[in-house]
Design a protein around this ligand. Sequence first.
Ligand code: RP5
Length: 167
Amino acid sequence: MAVRERRRQAPRVGVVMGSESDRPTMEEAVRVLAEFGVACELVVRSAHRTPELTARWAREARKRGLRVLIAGAGGAAHLAGAVAANTRLPVLGVPLASSPLGGFDALLATVQMPPGVPVGTLGVGAWGAKNAAHLALRILALEDAALARRLDEQAAALARPGSRRGG
Ligand code: RP5
């Protein structure tokens, strides 16, 4: 696909983070999506500081064409849960290591959702942000044959001896 065509794509993934201070980590997710030519929107919303804006962002996400949401927050990380409470889109949560507890607090706050309001929780920090993007790509690939082919090619490349793992 030509670069110009890719630029014009409507975002299919929404990436939300609890604070500007989360940006460097959450940009890892954006980078992975961009590698596969998937456009995303990246916004700051807080479950605690801007609860109304957060709920509205989640409620309107589907109408804007988003198909998967990624939410990253640290500390008492209720962002992914607050987003999941306001949409039926799949929500992937990334616990961030921004508090003195090193991300274990965010992991528990993100992962322990009540039955019926799921958040697919990834690992803590940059690994989680990258894997949230990889998982979002796999979800999109269910309905996107070209993307599915690219993911197959990437898996084959990773399996080659001497290949750089991860990314
Ligand atoms: C969380 O508190 C944010 O997601 C961030 O990880 C952490 C610290 O936020 P700031 O005080 O840097 O804005 O809600």
